[in-house]
Design a protein around this ligand. Structure first.
Ligand code: SF4
Length: 230
């Protein structure tokens, strides 16, 4: 795998654990609110793999987990040996994914090299292409979630509550999903970098935490394991 970014110590990317987050470049979605636009558009500086290996060796016992994020890390065919290598160092491994590659998730599950997954569910099915800016089949994401459930795998589903999603959308999404072990509603934060044609969308004011909490009361009727990160 290749990586173009690292957060050495994070308390928020793996529930209850101290983690290092590695960001792989490239994504098959193009969400207007992406916070990693540099990773999906014009990455040119890659981290040195030997330095990552050396860093992870030195941090053994000091951090609990490594999160492989992106971009979309399942685009890399060598993700399984990379996860195995990290696990052999004694770390828990988490993958953040947009869920669009269930065949890759199936192979990763069979290899049993990942402890926790976070899967984005970005929009109600009929608005998926609009929100991700790609001709995405939302059924692929639902298939990924189904695979994780059937494998009894620890995971969560996350939705960023962009201001373009109404309560009706959120309820519809909660109904489209099976009941998942943990469903997180994250507040939208305006990205620093965005495409000029998305200016209007990114400028819509975010919902307040209070507004999201009020919506969550209704969404929780359909996703009982809903949690708010604030
Ligand atoms: S799926 Fe994630 S990394 Fe890919 S464009 Fe959307 S927000 Fe960015």
């Amino acid at each position: 795998m290749i990586f173009a970014g690292i957060v050495k110590t994070s308390l928020i990317d793996y529930p209850g654990k101290i983690a290092t987050v590695l960001f792989s470049p490239g994504c098959n979605f193009n969400c207007f609110y992406c916070h990693n636009r540099a990773l999906i558009e014009d990455f040119n500086e890659l981290l040195n793999q030997d330095e990552i290996d050396d860093y992870l060796l030195r941090r053994q016992g000091l951090i609990d987990a490594v999160v492989i994020s992106g971009g979309e890390p399942t685009l890399y065919n060598d993700i399984i040996p990379f996860c195995a290598k990290i696990r052999n160092l004694g770390y828990l491994v988490k993958i953040d994914t947009n869920g669009s590659r269930p065949e890759a998730i199936k192979r990763i599950l069979e290899a049993k090299v990942v402890d926790y997954f976070a899967v984005d569910y970005k929009a109600p099915a009929h608005r998926y292409a609009e929100i991700t800016n790609e001709d995405v089949d939302p059924q692929l994401v639902l298939t990924t979630i189904d695979l994780l459930l059937k494998a009894n795998q620890a995971f969560e589903v996350r939705t960023t509550v962009i201001p373009q999603l109404s309560l009706e959308d959120l309820v519809r999404m909660a109904q489209e999903l099976p009941i998942v072990p943990r469903y997180v509603l994250n507040p939208y934060k305006r990205p620093l970098r965005y495409r000029s044609e998305d200016q209007e969308k990114v400028d819509v004011p975010p919902l307040s935490e209070k507004e999201i909490a009020t919506m969550a009361e209704t969404v929780k009727l359909y996703q009982t394991n809903l949690v708010l990160p604030f």
